[in-house]
Design a protein around this ligand. Structure first.
Ligand SMILES: NC(=O)c1ccc[n+]([C@@H]2O[C@H](COP(=O)([O-])OP(=O)(O)OC[C@H]3O[C@@H](n4cnc5c(N)ncnc54)[C@H](O)[C@@H]3O)[C@@H](O)[C@H]2O)c1
Length: 279
């Protein structure tokens, strides 16, 4: 059977940030399987090493410790890949965290942290890789945002804010980068089965139950399936990838009937918070 990505990833180079877990780990594996050499970069080096060791062709992936908040470190990694292989073909700005809970309970440090990782981390990746792609007249930047970057949700205020910014950055850059032959894809999934669903809980936030309830679902999406869809979207040159299908429908409805979706969200958030004494 013909691969949906053809030879698009064969003999290429990629950096995947947040490659040590969840979606980044699945992207690393899918890229190596498609013939790309991957620098699997994570603030948790041991996690990145485990991902690389689990790959059938570990010689095609390198684990590196990287904090995406550190602009110099991101630039140094991109420069090292370009120095070693002559080019950086794909920059997957995927590292991210979530913080869920009532906005009044968030400390300013939490706001700053999520902005640093989810937004500045992406900015650092773009700032470091994009000039090399322009010079090479080719390359592709893939930013992992979220469905929360297309449809804002209460109890995810800081997360939604960063993800809307990543969608805006990606869409703006796409129209500018096209003249250099550089592609930009922004990935907007709803709940994906990764450790993130149960992290970043503030106060009475319900984590996984919240994310699944928000989309009326009982199952989160598979990271492996998402990674395959991301590669296929990049190969097609799609600008925005929204999965699963019901999220695409929800996004469409939110644009033609925003008040309807907003009323549903107000009810949902009220139900999520009504059984708790926290205010
Ligand atoms: N899981 C979901 O439901 C879901 C849905 C939509 C979007 N996303 C987005 O997908 C991306 C990946 O999330 P995931 O679900 O795979 O989560 P995850 O927690 O499984 O993996 C995130 C990885 O990022 C790494 N990381 C965190 N801070 C970092 C930093 N400062 N520098 C480098 N690496 C860092 C972590 O160590 C971890 O390995 C995130 O941007 C997230 O917002 C996730």
């Amino acid at each position: 059977m013909k691969s949906p990505t053809g030879a698009r990833f064969l003999g290429r180079t990629a950096i995947v940030t947040g490659g040590g877990s969840g979606i980044g780990a699945a992207l690393t594996r899918a890229l190596v399987a498609a013939g790309t050499e991957v620098w699997c970069a994570d603030i948790d080096l041991a996690a990145a090493e485990r991902v690389v060791e689990s790959i059938a062709r570990p010689d095609k992936a390198s684990a590196v410790r990287l904090d995406v908040c550190d602009a110099d470190a991101v630039r140094d990694l991109v420069e090292a890949v370009v120095a070693a292989r002559g080019r950086i073909d794909f920059m997957f700005n995927n590292a991210g965290i979530v913080i869920g809970g009532r906005t009044q309970l968030l400390a300013l440090e939490q706001w700053n942290r999520i902005i640093d990782i989810n937004l500045r981390g992406v900015v650092h990746g773009v700032h470091a890789a994009y000039p090399h792609m322009i010079a090479a007249r080719g390359g592709h930047i893939v930013n992992t945002a979220s469905a929360a970057g297309l449809m804002a949700s209460g109890l995810l205020t800081s997360y939604s804010a960063t993800k809307f910014a990543v969608v805006g950055l990606s869409n703006a850059l796409r129209s500018e980068a096209a003249q250099y032959g550089v592609g930009v894809t922004v990935v907007c999934p709803s709940a994906v089965e990764t450790p993130l669903l149960e992290t970043g809980k503030v106060g009475d936030f319900r984590g996984r139950d919240f994310f699944l309830g928000a989309e009326n679902s009982t199952r989160a999406y598979s990271p492996e399936r998402l990674a395959e869809e991301v590669l296929a979207a990049v190969a097609r040159g799609d600008g925005v990838l929204v999965v699963p299908r019901r999220t695409r429908i929800g996004w469409f409805v939110s644009r033609i009937a925003p008040r309807f979706i907003e009323r549903r969200l107000i009810d949902f958030v009220r139900r999520q918070t009504s059984s708790s004494s926290v205010t």
